[in-house]
Design a protein around this ligand. Structure first.
Ligand code: N01
Length: 537
């Protein structure tokens, strides 16, 4: 049976839930298709020990509803995964969203019917849908990157993946655990696993830059005070380039830009910086995002700061990063480097001693065999494009979105629409601010802009909207020019920001770095001028 609706929304994470609410309010018959059995998106699957957001809870939350922001009670400054999952469930119930969400409904194909100007959407379980519009709220970090290591399936112990961590408790007590991956996920997980496991071996390919951060419960009355001031907090957040005006992993980067240059700093000044501020002091220089030599000097200083924390000189040296700081997403931690001072934690530097294979009893590197009971993979995501390229999306002339992005690169217009794919809106596509900002703030702007756009199309009897190729090309040139002078495009930078973490993926920086307010201004200008750069049919 095929159901007919106005809009299909793919995904019931942060964006899909708000899209459903907004579009329903505007009077569109909207159906959400969610592959999981509950709401939450990436915050449902990534339930590994230590999972936590690195933006403050009062900013990493919906701003569109005064009732929700007053009623929900956050317990900590930066929320842990269980609290975010509970929050999204609360929102789904509070707004009565579940009645329009089909769970266990994984979208496998979407074909645009040019004559009828509608999308035909098929799910793996069978039910199909026809809708004038599709809003892909399928997430920027929702498709795990499965490592391709020889023998991975042969392991006789327990294999765990951070991106699909089991719901039931995992007992690591007295077990020999190996962790592969030292990005944001690994850096959060490693100190927690070290406290629980009998022995932990960290298999590190690229050492991380990570800044220590104090996360704490709210003091009595503190959250109430903040809530009484929510209007102002949201206003400041809205005006802030990263969509988070309070201290966050992103705002720290912006603060660094305002610091004096490292290249002209004396040795005394450099040492004072790490005396006073440790690893943070090593990186707090204004020139390191634009000058690769300054960046390399900062990496050296960072290594010195790490060596002051990590007692074993060989381990400290192995923890010193070699890629430019800033070219990967910033990371904050709670006790990461201190973890390596434990007797029951070992570090394997895969640059010196690479993994050869997973064996039934552990991991074999070039130099030895590491016996393990549990292997945890924290190996990242096929970000930004991965969710949609795993669906067979066919636009005009049966053009495949996966083929287009795979050959041309991850192009879009405004990070929201792709030429050749009419009536498809993508929440935070490549070319949108998401990657370098508070995702929730960036996403809310997208949902609101899309809602207004659909209302405009309905009011003016349009059946289609499609990005024009020239507008798309100019947008990507503009987004690319913004980062051209920065270390973000340095050739040694392999990150989910540029697809460099996925073998064979077309490499291109996928964010928009002029900040959310500037991005919003441009989007609004385009809408007010009658959706310039789009063809309305
Ligand atoms: O993924 P990553 P992540 N053998 O890609 C390594 C968000 N997030 O899940 O760098 C050995 O950063 C890989 O090594 P290398 C946040 O946006 C947010 O950690 O490719 N190693 C790297 O060390 C973040 O940026 C929060 O050399 C292998 C690691 O795995 C994004 O999610 C918390 C390997 C992957 O790091 C992704 O973070 C968590 C292999 N075969 C996540 N394959 C917060 O809000 C990969 N690696 C705090």
């Amino acid at each position: 049976m095929t159901a007919h609706v106005d809009v299909i929304v793919i995904g019931a994470g942060f964006s899909g839930l708000y899209a459903l609410h907004r579009l329903r309010e505007l009077g569109f018959r909207t159906q959400v298709l969610e592959k999981a059995d509950n709401v939450g998106g990436t915050w449902l699957f990534n339930r590994y020990p230590g999972a936590r957001c690195d933006i403050e809870s009062i900013e990493y939350s919906y701003s569109f509803s005064e009732e929700i922001q007053q009623e929900w009670v956050w317990t900590e400054t930066m929320p842990a995964q269980p609290e975010i999952e509970a929050y999204l469930n609360f929102v789904a119930d509070r707004l009565d969203l579940r009645r329009d969400i089909a769970f266990g409904a994984e979208v496998v194909s979407m074909v645009f019917d040019e004559d009828a100007a509608v999308w035909g959407v098929e799910t793996a379980a069978g039910p199909s849908f026809v809708a004038r519009y599709v809003v892909a709220a399928s997430g920027i970090l929702s498709v795990p990157l499965e490592p391709t290591i020889d023998g991975l399936d042969s392991f006789a112990g327990t294999s765990l993946f951070t991106s699909r961590w089991p719901e039931e408790d995992v007992d690591l007590t007295d077990r020999r655990v190996g962790v592969i991956g030292t990005g944001s996920t690994g850096v959060q997980l490693i100190p927690v696993v070290a406290r629980e496991a009998g022995h932990l071996t960290v298999f590190q390919r690229s050492p991380a830059y990570t800044l220590p951060w104090h996360v704490r419960p709210f003091e009595p009355g503190e959250l109430e005070d903040l809530k009484s001031n929510y209007g102002e907090i949201r206003e400041l957040q809205r005006a802030h380039p990263v969509g988070a005006a309070r201290l966050s992993a992103f705002s720290v980067l912006l603060d660094m830009l305002a610091m004096p240059p490292l290249k002209t700093a004396s040795r005394e000044e450099q040492l004072r910086a790490i005396d006073e501020n440790g690893v943070m002091g090593a990186l707090s220089w204004g020139d390191i995002f634009f000058d690769i030599e300054a960046n390399q000097m900062a990496a050296e200083l960072y290594g010195e700061a790490v060596a002051r924390i990590v007692e074993d000189p060989a381990t400290a040296a192995a923890l010193k990063p070699t890629h430019p700081f800033g070219c990967k997403r910033p990371i904050i931690d709670q006790g990461y480097y201190e973890t390596f001072n434990r007797d029951d934690v070992a570090l394997v530097d895969l640059r010196e001693d690479p993994i050869v294979a997973v064996t039934p009893a552990g991991i074999r590197t070039g130099q030895r065999h590491h016996e393990l009971d549990v292997i945890i993979y924290a190996t990242g995501f096929d970000a930004m494009t991965g969710a949609l390229t795993r669906i067979d999306v066919r636009g005009r002339d049966a053009m495949s979105l996966a083929d287009f992005w795979g050959t041309r690169g991850p192009y879009s217009y405004l990070g929201i629409a792709v030429s050749g794919f009419p009536n498809l809106f993508i929440i935070q596509a490549p070319g949108s601010p998401s990657a370098a900002t508070n995702f929730v703030a960036a996403m809310e702007q997208h949902v609101e802009w899309i809602g207004d756009c659909l209302a405009h199309l309905r009011a003016h009897d349009h059946r289609t909207i499609e990005a024009l190729p020239d507008a798309q090309r100019e947008w990507m040139e503009h987004a690319t020019a913004l980062v051209a002078r920065t270390v973000l495009v340095h050739p040694t930078c392999n990150s989910w920001y540029n697809g460099g973490n996925v073998p064979g993926k077309k490499r291109m920086y996928m964010g928009y770095t002029a900040g959310i307010p500037e991005y919003r201004r441009r989007c609004d200008e385009i809408a007010e001028a009658g959706y310039t750069g789009f063809k309305l049919g």
